[in-house]
Design a protein around this ligand. Structure first.
Ligand SMILES: Nc1nc2c(ncn2[C@@H]2O[C@H](COP(=O)(O)OP(=O)(O)OP(=O)(O)O)[C@@H](O)[C@H]2O)c(=O)[nH]1
Ligand SMILES: [Mg+2]
Length: 300
């Protein structure tokens, strides 16, 4: 009889390499928000995949940056560091075609904390390469460092070679029973995900500083007979930012609301009414108390 395996997998690396896209693909459904802008993920979020042979407990983490200013940056670094310190298996994600200085810093960071835990390397975005063979010297050089259990070139975007990564992770998990019920998909509830899906649209639709001065608070979340009724506030730091977000005749806010509502409806399998407002709350991102009241509590 084969033994069951189960454990936590910290997925970490510099911002924008595709960590959240990769976990969504591995899970087979959209749990985590993604965008072309760095520092989209702000929390440590557990995504659970249960198979007949293993239970994968993927921990998504904020991209590692060093020396970011303010309470929000400290919260994000802490969320990533906690996941890296505690997980059973560590997966460093980088993007093709080469490792950058910040990838090396992420690697140095984890070398200190690693103890004897398995460390795997996911070389993401191979779809950007015209000739995949171009990766062979890089893989050989990285392999020669003797740090990684496996080095897996893959594409989270088109799904290629994800089974190789999943196989390598499964082999490195501890032999033990499943730790969560098989129908549980995350440690986060739908109210949290609703706020995330709204923030995702701000990251995807607005340029420059707007995403970084934005957070979302769900004021009410009611499951009714025919729909889920959600009232949410998008907080920004200044009046001028509010004007940009709301847009001409409310068009900006409306586009955010419509797209977020559609993502939520797909996730919940139910109709959603989404009421959205924008409010100004100066300095929220550097105010510990404001952060805690906005859901950035503890180290998650
Ligand atoms: N071409 C290509 N793009 C990808 C791939 N995976 C992710 N991306 C894109 O890379 C960007 C960043 O993806 P995310 O998944 O948000 O990256 P992340 O590492 O979670 O970023 P942070 O949360 O900011 O640290 C998005 O535009 C993705 O669509 C891939 O395999 N190929
Ligand atoms: Mg992310």
């Amino acid at each position: 009889m084969t033994t069951y395996r189960s454990g936590t997998i910290a997925v970490f690396g510099r911002p924008n390499v595709g960590k959240s896209t990769l976990i969504n693909r591995l899970l087979g459904h959209k749990l985590l928000i993604t965008s072309p802008k760095p520092q989209t993920t702000r929390h440590r979020i557990l995504g659970i995949k249960t198979t007949p042979g293993a239970q994968f407990l993927y921990l998504d983490t904020p991209g590692l940056v060093w020396g970011g200013k303010g309470a929000l940056a400290r919260h994000m670094d802490g969320a990533a560091a906690t996941a890296i310190a505690e997980a059973d298996c560590l997966v460093l994600v980088t993007a093709c075609p080469r490792l950058q200085d910040d990838d090396e810093r992420a690697l140095d960071f984890v070398k200190e904390l690693r103890r004897d835990r398995p460390l795997l390397l996911a070389l993401n975005k191979v779809d950007r390469l015209e000739r995949k063979e171009a990766l062979l010297p890089l893989i050989a050089a990285l392999g020669a460092r003797g740090l990684f259990g496996d080095i897996v070139p893959l594409s989270a975007r088109d799904g290629s070679n994800l089974d190789a990564l999943e196989g390598a992770i499964a082999r490195s998990l501890p032999e033990q029973e499943a730790l969560y019920p098989e129908d549980q998909l995350s440690d986060r509830g739908d109210r949290f995900l609703a706020a995330e899906f709204i923030r995702e649209q701000v990251f995807r639709r607005f340029a420059k500083e707007i995403p970084y001065v934005t957070t979302v608070d769900i004021e009410s979340y009611k499951v009714e007979k025919r729909l889920v009724r959600i009232e949410a506030v998008i907080y920004v730091e200044k009046e001028g930012q509010k004007a940009i977000l709301v847009g001409q005749g409310g068009a900006g806010l409306k586009a955010v609301g419509t797209a977020a509502r559609k993502t939520l409806e797909r996730h919940l399998g139910q109709k959603v009414y989404l009421g959205l407002w924008v409010k100004v709350r100066g300095g929220w991102s550097d105010d510990m108390r404001a952060l805690q009241s906005l859901g950035y509590g503890g180290d998650n």
